[in-house]
Write a protein of this length. Structure first.
Length: 504
């Protein structure tokens, strides 16, 4: 990296939208220039129907526009946007995504709950001393709660639960006034049930210290310090019990006046308190310390990790996540590597020939689809495409947004299924056609084809030229089954030329 550049990061949450603007400098450091936060209540009255309200979308678009303009005043070369619980659960999420794109030019990346937990871990780790201890991290958002376990080197577990301060408050605290014992106990029961079977796997991690983040936890820590003293930035379970009794006994207007509680958070603080109290009880936590770091800071840390010059092992988070999934499924790594090589050769040569205009981003997705195309084979050979699709869609691949994961999965599935893509039909069609060719070129799994190129051949045809070392009979046979898919993707007939490499 030869010079610094400014980058902006926007975390589009359920309750608030956060902005960080900073300078990326040598050696892979981030210098903060500006940070902002606006409460927009994107998830207001969403939960249950999973529909974002029009007024909530309006507020989110307005803040995104303001943050985009602010980033431009800092000459931000890039603006990275992620959306979490409220957006990923909304059936009308495309309305928000499209409006933000049309009115601000920003592209929203909707991330999974587990990816949110990973970013939370990265954000906390990047600015918090873990004291060489395995640490349990808790982040209570508006719509979901993320838990991570890890140390200063790496995480060992990531979890996301559909319990958030806004979600529980709206579900059990209809009038936002005094919360009786019955309603509060229902909140805690709901939280405990949501954590459910994951509790045992979390307990097995044997952490030594606990750190909590998010507005809910920071507010409660401030309230605790003002009311009971002790060490600032900590919450004891014994004090939390007393605070919960106080907060739920007060009507909303009185709750707004409690020292340490942000008035804008007063209507959902009881729901957040119920979640934290449940977690501390479930895992036997007597005390935790707090941090103001979270997803937004994790976005910065992840951005730096993805930069090749900042990578310590030469492998990005995305590559490592895909490789881990492939290994766990027992894929034939030699075959997968050959298919990746051939798929990328076909992508590059067909692009050079003017057969498509896909970008390097789509090229990378093809690489991962090629690596994972047989992920479902260990379940059933005959239905391996369907199984691979399901595995990829549900594996919570880290470093990807939901759209990217869908394209990877659909590129694998569409090799054998005539289905309409749910995200980008033409992209999926082209990637699946190239992947099908690449897989056929290693049908024998003997790495016979040493090079492949795909080029225009007149106005209505294309020619696939390959160099082989050894018997390519199975490869030729497999390629015959690719013609229809190829014609549909490129509107061209396919001619095939395979020659034997000259012996040295």
């Amino acid at each position: 990296m030869t010079e610094s550049r400014n980058v902006a990061f926007i975390d589009l949450g359920t309750n608030s939208i956060r902005l960080l603007i900073g300078s990326i400098e040598e050696p892979c450091t981030f210098t903060l220039l500006r940070k902002e936060k606006e409460i927009v209540r994107l998830g207001e009255r969403e939960f249950g129907e999973n529909i974002l309200r029009e007024d909530a979308i309006d507020r989110a678009v307005m803040v995104c526009r303001q943050f985009s303009q602010l980033a431009k005043t800092y000459n931000a070369a890039e603006i990275v946007v992620v959306a979490t619980s409220a957006t990923r659960e909304a059936r009308n999420q495309e309305e928000l995504i499209e409006r933000v794109k049309e009115e601000t030019g920003l592209d929203i990346n909707v991330i999974s709950g587990r990816e949110e937990a990973r970013l939370t871990y990265l954000g906390v780790r990047s600015g918090t001393d873990f004291e060489n201890k395995t640490t349990l991290l808790i982040d209570i958002g508006g719509g979901s709660t993320e838990i991570a376990v890890g140390d200063k080197e790496d995480y060992s577990g990531l979890w996301s639960f559909q319990i958030g301060a806004m979600r529980l408050s709206h579900k059990f605290q209809k009038d936002k006034e005094i919360v009786g014992d019955s309603a509060y106990n229902k909140m805690k029961k709901y939280a405990r049930t949501s954590i459910g079977a994951s509790a045992s796997s979390i307990k097995k991690k044997k952490w030594e210290t606990v750190i909590g983040g998010s507005g809910t936890i920071l507010n409660l820590a401030d309230m605790s310090f003002r009311a009971y003293g002790g060490k600032e930035g900590t919450i004891k379970y014994s004090n939390l019990k007393k605070m919960s009794a106080t907060l739920r006994s007060l009507p909303l207007e009185e709750r707004k006046k409690v020292p340490g509680i942000n008035p804008e958070r007063a209507d959902i603080i009881v729901g957040g308190t119920a979640i934290l109290e449940t977690i501390m009880e479930e895992f036997g936590i007597s005390e935790l310390r707090t941090t103001d770091r979270g997803v937004k800071d994790g976005m910065v840390a992840d951005y730096l990790l993805e930069m090749k010059e900042c990578s310590q092992n030469g492998m990005s988070v995305r590559e490592a996540s895909v490789q881990k999934l492939g290994k766990s499924c027992g894929i034939d790594e030699r075959h997968a590597g050959t298919v990746v090589r051939l798929a990328l050769e076909l992508f590059d040569t067909s692009k050079e020939s003017g057969m498509h205009k896909l970008s390097d981003d789509e090229r990378e997705l093809l690489q991962y689809a090629a690596y994972l195309h047989d992920a479902g084979e260990f379940i059933s050979f005959n239905n391996r495409r369907e199984h691979s699709y399901y595995i990829i869609m549900n594996a919570d691949l880290l470093g990807f947004n939901n759209r990217e994961i869908t394209i990877i999965a659909e590129a694998v599935l569409h090799q054998s299924k005539k289905l309409q893509s749910s995200v980008n039909p033409q992209t999926v069609l082209i990637l699946s056609a190239l992947l099908k060719l690449a897989e056929s070129l290693d049908r024998s799994r003997n790495n016979v084809i040493k090079s492949a190129s795909l080029q225009k051949d007149g106005k209505v045809s294309a020619v696939l030229k390959c160099t082989a070392e050894g018997d390519a009979t199975l490869e030729k046979w497999g390629l015959e089954n690719c013609r229809k898919t190829f014609q549909k993707a490129f509107n061209r007939d396919l001619r095939i030329k395979i020659k034997q490499a000259e012996k040295q």
